[in-house]
Design a protein around this ligand. Sequence first.
Ligand SMILES: Nc1ncnc2c1ncn2[C@@H]1O[C@H](COP(=O)(O)OP(=O)(O)OP(=O)(O)O)[C@@H](O)[C@H]1O
Ligand SMILES: [Mg+2]
Length: 258
Amino acid sequence: MIKPVVFKKTLEGKSNANLITFSDGRDYVVKFFQQGFEKTLANEWVAYCLARYLGLPVPYARLVEIPQEFSSKVPELAQMSVTQYQFASVYVPDSFDGHQVTSIGKMTNHHSLAAIIVFDYWLSNRDRTRKNILLHEEEPNGYHLWIIDQAEIFGSYNWNLAEIENLPAEIMKSATHQIMASFIEDEQDFFEQIEIIQTLPIHLLEEIVALIPDDWEVTREERKALVSALVTRRKKILPELMHRFIKKIYRQLQVKEK
Ligand SMILES: Nc1ncnc2c1ncn2[C@@H]1O[C@H](COP(=O)(O)OP(=O)(O)OP(=O)(O)O)[C@@H](O)[C@H]1O
Ligand SMILES: [Mg+2]
């Protein structure tokens, strides 16, 4: 397993994510377990595994261990709780968030954009803000979009059993989804993604959830509820939501552009 080598800084935001260089020579954004934000790490893990399987543009991530002998020498980490594993995603250098880039000529990975919106609705991610995408300029005024920060899927970073059994089925206000939608060329992209999600093997969903580390405080009951939320939502709720999104948001943007 890779080992932490140099602590660089704590990043802005409520997760208190830390930028740390590891023994593989790469910089990772590391999130620790925090009281009050108990489901952050489990949410990140589940979303990451699904996003990776679906081929979405999510930075490569893994579980890491931060030994006591490392964190005890870093004042910023001294207060952090000591679960065995932390969630680490590779830092994307030279990128901007959605506030920093005011005009985008082209999205170089526009084929992934509908897939991201469908994914956010499937998982009930209410936090796709402009801060939770990264834009990397690959050609003049042409950006590759990455998704980061899946800490608030399933409605929140500290959901409970009752909440996960009753996730919202409403259109979410997200300026970022609108920006993404304006670059989607074919409505069919949405339907293709729904079908891919509907045909993911249930065993894969179960396995991803089973691999949530034990000390991240997700009970057996909650794990079952997670899988069932994923399975229930993809059947009827997701297609209905996407039909509404296409009608209310996607098509309106297309009309405006013409
Ligand atoms: N993989 C990454 N590459 C580059 N920068 C990143 C990456 N992950 C996170 N960041 C930066 O760190 C900030 C905090 O990370 P993140 O959004 O995951 O956590 P957060 O603290 O929960 O944020 P928020 O308070 O917006 O919910 C991001 O806004 C971004 O600027
Ligand atoms: Mg964020």
